[in-house]
Design a protein around this ligand. Structure first.
Ligand code: NDP
Length: 252
């Protein structure tokens, strides 16, 4: 956990960074924060109006001109991922980072009552889509001299918990995939792949999972950004295949 990390103002200058689920919650905060530290951000998500708002905020703050890439992991095909790689290749020629952040909760329910279509949907959005997108983008990542790929995990992706169903399984799969890919890129030295658990954060997803919780007790997406910046930027070079937390565990 690097919650006290003090990033340089120009930490991500000149870097091209893709953020999935950039229209809301943690992804939105990450896109704005990365741009604020000099990155050219590619905003990927399913609701274009939200991405446009983030785009406008970055422009208004004087950040590098971002790009919008509308994509819904639910219906996306391999062709979509390859078209995306081609578009990014033409525009930038490389990719210096991916924050895999888009995700859905599915339902908090007894496994015996879990709807199989919903289970598949959660696996598609949270792990299968991101995996095939990553495969298509590997050539672009390999062209970077210092690329950081961050997959978003969860506490239930490290220890299972009753009722968390497909969401927990998708996050365990995420942790497993990070280990596999990190091991494969280790010899390159220029690409690292790690997992990051944001911890309980004040967003719509958290509210859906814990409707009775007082959200004022939770950190905001903005408050957990130091760890995101550290892991995306050059100060985390050399860390590969590791599991990080964006905030210290709660006491009591
Ligand atoms: P939000 O629900 O606030 O935001 C999720 C983002 O993902 C939205 O921008 C959403 O787009 C996008 N998204 C959802 N489905 C798709 C899809 N099919 N295709 C493309 N984009 C999609 O969630 P959080 O910000 O809370 O969560 C971000 C990440 O952090 C997730 O991976 C989550 O599992 C993880 N996490 C969050 C915790 C928390 O306490 N908040 C704790 C542990 C992990 P749209 O806005 O259009 O719906």
């Amino acid at each position: 956990c690097k919650i006290d990390y003090q990033p340089a103002a120009d930490l991500l200058d000149g870097r091209i960074i893709l953020v999935t689920g950039a229209g809301d919650g943690i992804g939105r905060a990450a896109a704005l924060t990365f741009a604020d530290h000099g990155a050219t951000v590619v905003l990927l998500g399913r609701t274009i109006s939200k991405l446009e708002k983030v785009y406008d905020e970055i422009e208004a703050a004087g950040g590098p001109q971002p790009a919008i890439f509308p994509l819904n992991f639910e219906g996306a095909t391999l062709k979509d991922y390859h078209d995306m790689a081609e578009t990014l290749d033409k525009a930038f020629g490389r990719l210096d980072g991916i924050l895999h952040n888009a995700g859905i909760l599915g339902r908090i329910t007894l496994f015996e009552q879990y709807n199989p279509e919903l289970w598949e949907q959660v696996m598609q959005v949270n792990i299968n889509g991101p995996i095939w997108m990553t495969q298509a983008l590997m050539p672009l990542l390999k062209r970077s001299t210092d690329a950081s790929v961050i997959f978003t995990s969860s506490s239930v992706g490290r220890r299972g918990r009753a009722y968390w169903g497909a969401y927990a399984v998708s996050k365990f799969a995420t942790e497993g995939f990070v280990e596999v890919l990190a091991d494969e890129v280790e010899h390159l030295g220029s690409v690292r792949v790690n997992s990051l658990n944001p911890g309980g954060t004040r967003t719509a997803m958290r509210k859906a999972a814990y409707p009775g919780e007082n959200e004022m007790t939770l950190r905001t997406p903005e408050e957990i950004m130091p760890t995101y910046l550290w892991l995306m930027g050059p100060d985390s070079r050399g860390h590969n295949g590791e599991k990080f937390d964006a905030q210290p565990p709660k006491h009591g």
